[in-house]
Design a protein around this ligand. Structure first.
Ligand SMILES: [Zn+2]
Length: 271
C-alpha cells in the first residue's frame, strides 16, 4: 500500500478533488467530500515495511496481559460473527481469508470449525500473539501484494473484514483487492461503525452548535494514532460501493437513528 504524500482534497471514496476540512479534531482534521459526502481524516498510517520502528514494538508481558484481558469480549463478538458466517456458507472445508486478523482469534475459531483459514495482520505484536497463543501464523503482506493478487486470484470461499474497513488507509482499493481473491460465488463479510448512528449525528450537531469546542464522540470515533479509525461509511455509501465492486448484497444489518446497533454488518456475494 502506497504511503506517498496524499492530497486529502482527493476523496478516498469517489476520487473527486472535492474534499475539504470541516471538523478540527484532536491531532487531525476530518475532511468531508462535497461530491459524495464521505468523511475521512487527514492521516495515513505508514506500513511496517516502510517504518522500522513498527518492528521494534514486540510482545512484552504488559502487551500480552492487555490482549488477554480483552480476549473474552472479543471471543463473544467474533463467536457471533462465526455463527453468521456459518449460516451463509457452512465452514467445514471452506477456504477463508481474514483481513485485519488482529490477534488471530477469528482464524482460530474458523480452524476449530473445520475451515482452512489464512489471516493478514500488519502489526507484529498481534502476529506474535497469534503464533504464541493459537499456533497461527498470520501473514504480514497486505492484500494488494502480488503474493495474494497473483497467488490467490479467485481462490477463497470466504473473505472477512471484522472491524477493519475503518482502519485502512485506502478502503476502496482494499475491498477491490479482496474481491479479486474471492471465488465466483464466494462471500465477503464485514462489519464497521456506521455514520448513520445516533451518536455520530449528535456529535456533528454538537460540533456545529459549539463552534468546534465540543465535538462529543468525534474525537473517539477518529484518531491519527497508528492503525486507528480513519473513515466511517454511511450504510448507503458502503452498499453502493459493494455493488460497484461487482458484489451482490446478500444480508445487511441496518443501523440508524432509531436502531440499537452502531455498526453496519453485511454479507455480499461475488458474481
Ligand atoms: Zn467523494
Amino acid at each position: 500500500m502506497t504511503t506517498e504524500p496524499y492530497d486529502f482534497c482527493c476523496c478516498k471514496l469517489c476520487g473527486e478533488l472535492a474534499a475539504k476540512p470541516r471538523y478540527q479534531l484532536k491531532g487531525t482534521c476530518l475532511h468531508v467530500c462535497a461530491a459524495c459526502d464521505f468523511h475521512f481524516i487527514s492521516h495515513l498510517d505508514s506500513m511496517p515495511d516502510d517504518d522500522p520502528e513498527h518492528e521494534a514494538r514486540t510482545l512484552d508481558v504488559t502487551a500480552w496481559n492487555f490482549i488477554e484481558g480483552k480476549l473474552k469480549g472479543n471471543r463473544r463478538q467474533l463467536g457471533e460473527r462465526l455463527a453468521l458466517t456459518d449460516r451463509h456458507r457452512p465452514l467445514a472445508g471452506a477456504e477463508c481469508l481474514d483481513i485485519g486478523a488482529g490477534i488471530g482469534l477469528f482464524s482460530h475459531l474458523l480452524q476449530e470449525a473445520g475451515a482452512r483459514a489464512c489471516g493478514i495482520e500488519p502489526q507484529l505484536v498481534f502476529r506474535q500473539f497469534a503464533r504464541d497463543k493459537f499456533g497461527i501464523i498470520l501473514n504480514a503482506e497486505t492484500i494488494d501484494a502480488p503474493f495474494w493478487q497473483q497467488g490467490f486470484a479467485d481462490h477463497f470461499d470466504l473473505v472477512t473484514l471484522w472491524d477493519t474497513l475503518e482502519h485502512l488507509n485506502f478502503p476502496v482499493e482494499t475491498l477491490r483487492d479482496a474481491v479479486r481473491v474471492l471465488k465466483p460465488g464466494g462471500l465477503l463479510l464485514l462489519d464497521t461503525p456506521s455514520r448513520d448512528s445516533f451518536f455520530y449525528k449528535v456529535s456533528e450537531w454538537s460540533y456545529r452548535l459549539s463552534n468546534g469546542a465540543n465535538p462529543l464522540f468525534l474525537n473517539s470515533l477518529y484518531s491519527p494514532r497508528p492503525f486507528r479509525h480513519k473513515q466511517i461509511f454511511t450504510v448507503r455509501q458502503l452498499t453502493e460501493l459493494i455493488e460497484k465492486l461487482g458484489l451482490e448484497l446478500v444480508a445487511l444489518n441496518r443501523s440508524g437513528l432509531l436502531a440499537p446497533s452502531n455498526k453496519i454488518v453485511l454479507v455480499a456475494k461475488k458474481a
